[in-house]
Design a protein around this ligand. Structure first.
Ligand code: GRF
Length: 218
């Protein structure tokens, strides 16, 4: 069996996507092993949850590097290298990364964003989707590039936007699909199936898993 890719998850908060990745990687034939969880926030709830699953955790507190983004990222990079990390998955990691860090992990770092990119980059995506009146919303996993919420798209999941949705109900529907697509994306990347050519990802997926999603449905 090919060795599993040693993966670090970077978080800042509760870590529900982190948990989806940890759960998927409990299967011994999953191509990634979650070897480390790192947070920039010492009190992030996700750190406790990871530790409960016996996963090594670390904190690199960005507040210890005022005005020195690269110093923070160098410290983060050291922790990743000390632990032999090969892939990085950002899961609610609320720090913008500089080209130094992004280039160091080019094609080896992925992120999940709660919208169908390239629509609704940035924060408050569910509010903006409702304001925009879109009928389909969703989530995207992409390779990280130096631009925020940008980079080759690996997988997307769409959900309907219903007439009576609030940001909370829509956000909960999107979060469900995030937990489904993030493990699939990590599987594609860790198994070497996701190839980036001209900023587009191909992954040999020829099967259609679901019917076309149309909303309103009738
Ligand atoms: C998710 O909505 C993710 O898409 C975004 O930040 C949120 C993190 O939530 N990048 P969680 O910590 O994974 O529960």
């Amino acid at each position: 069996m090919t060795p599993r890719k040693k993966t670090a998850i970077l978080i800042s908060g509760r870590g529900s996507n982190m948990m989806a990745l940890i759960s998927a990687a409990l299967e011994t034939d999953f191509p990634a092993e979650i070897a480390l969880v790192v947070s920039n926030v010492p009190e992030a709830k996700g750190l406790e949850r990871a530790a409960e699953f016996g996963i090594k955790t670390a904190t690199v507190d960005h507040r210890k590097y005022p005005g020195d983004r690269e110093g923070f990222e160098k410290a983060l990079n050291s922790v990743l290298h000390e632990n032999g990390i090969e892939l990085v998955a950002l899961a609610g990691f609320m720090r913008l990364l500089t080209p130094y860090f992004v280039n160091a992990w080019a094609n080896r770092m992925i992120n999940i964003h709660p919208a169908l990119l390239p629509a609704f980059k940035g924060l408050s995506t569910h509010e903006r989707a409702l304001e925009g009146g879109v009928k389909l919303h969703g989530a995207t996993v992409h390779f990280v590039s130096a631009e925020m919420d940008d980079g080759p798209i690996i997988i997307q999941g769409a959900v309907p936007v219903l007439d009576d949705d609030t940001p909370e109900t829509l956000g909960a529907r999107v979060l469900d699909i995030e937990h489904k697509i993030y493990p699939k994306a990590l599987e594609l990347v860790a198994s070497g199936k996701a190839h980036v050519v001209d900023m587009r990802v191909t992954s040999g997926g020829t099967k259609r898993s679901e019917d076309i999603l149309i909303c309103p449905a009738d």
